[in-house]
Design a protein around this ligand. Structure first.
Ligand code: ADP
Length: 248
């Protein structure tokens, strides 16, 4: 009997990425199954953001391939939502929180269509979900960093994607916002979504995530947190003892 297997959410084969001929990701092989809430961990400069960008096709690899549910990203654009790093966006343009969230609905509309009542309703619901409904008419530049991060998340939510890529969503947010974000991520996982999150706080990995990828230019290990989040892999990745790392 032939059983058909659904391809994994993300499959990366022999991926090498270089900036100015200097490899920053080296021969990465990675399979990310559908439905995991995965942390990418590794020291500064390990290539974590670059890996996210390579999955999104924002940067061209020197070699190798990335497949999203068995196809190149270009064919799966609507299935992937991206929450960029907070500092990487210029918020000075005059637009409201609601406008930013509504932008997330554009992908599901034809190019001549404008968002209507349905999209507005979905955007307001997403703002409510991230606790930002009261700020819907606030200029985005007049929100705090943590609030902007929540708006980004709401924008990703209305995209109704299958895979969510997030680059340090907890960076510079307060404890309440961090809890709110992780609860939303866990809810999305319950719905069967795949979440790939660049994360730097090693202490919260076992509490927040069920899957982890250790990265330091090379792929060190990837799998269930309960099986591979251990001293050995942490030491291989950070070059220091895990117990020292978590007490920093
Ligand atoms: P991480 O997210 O793990 O901190 P990055 O993916 O941001 O690491 O960066 C990996 C390496 O690539 C670093 O050495 C960084 O300096 C370099 N790098 C990142 N972006 C660029 C770029 N646009 N041009 C040149 N080098 C870059």
């Amino acid at each position: 009997m032939i059983t058909e297997h659904k391809p994994p959410a993300v499959q990366i084969d022999d991926l090498t990425v270089a900036y100015n001929y200097k490899p920053v990701l080296w021969d990465i092989d990675l399979v990310i199954p559908e439905g995991v809430l995965m942390a990418i961990v590794g020291p500064n400069g390990a290539g974590k953001s670059t890996l996210i960008k390579a999955i999104l096709g924002i940067i061209q690899p020197l070699a190798g391939s990335v497949q999203i549910f068995g196809k190149p990203y270009k064919k799966q654009v609507g299935k992937v939502a991206y929450v960029p790093q907070k500092g990487s966006v210029d918020w000075d343009f005059p637009t409201t929180a609601l406008d930013v969230v509504m932008m997330g609905t554009y992908g599901s509309l034809g190019w001549i269509k404008r968002p209507g009542q349905k999209e507005k309703k979905a955007s307001l619901e997403a703002l409510d979900k991230v606790g930002m409904l009261a700020f819907k008419n606030r200029q985005i530049s007049q929100l705090s960093g943590g609030q902007q991060q929540r708006i980004f998340l709401a924008r990703a939510l209305v995209q109704n994607a299958s895979i969510y890529l997030m680059d340090e969503p907890f960076q510079g947010v307060d404890a309440t916002t961090e809890k709110a974000i992780i609860n939303i991520l866990k809810e999305l996982r319950k719905e069967g979504k795949t979440l790939i999150v660049v994360h730097h706080d090693l202490q919260t990995v076992p509490e927040y995530f069920d899957w982890v990828t250790f990265l330091n230019v090379k792929g060190i290990a990837s799998g269930p947190v309960k099986d591979i989040f251990n001293d050995d892999n942490l030491t291989k990745t950070y070059g220091i003892n895990y117990k020292v790392a978590v007490n920093q």
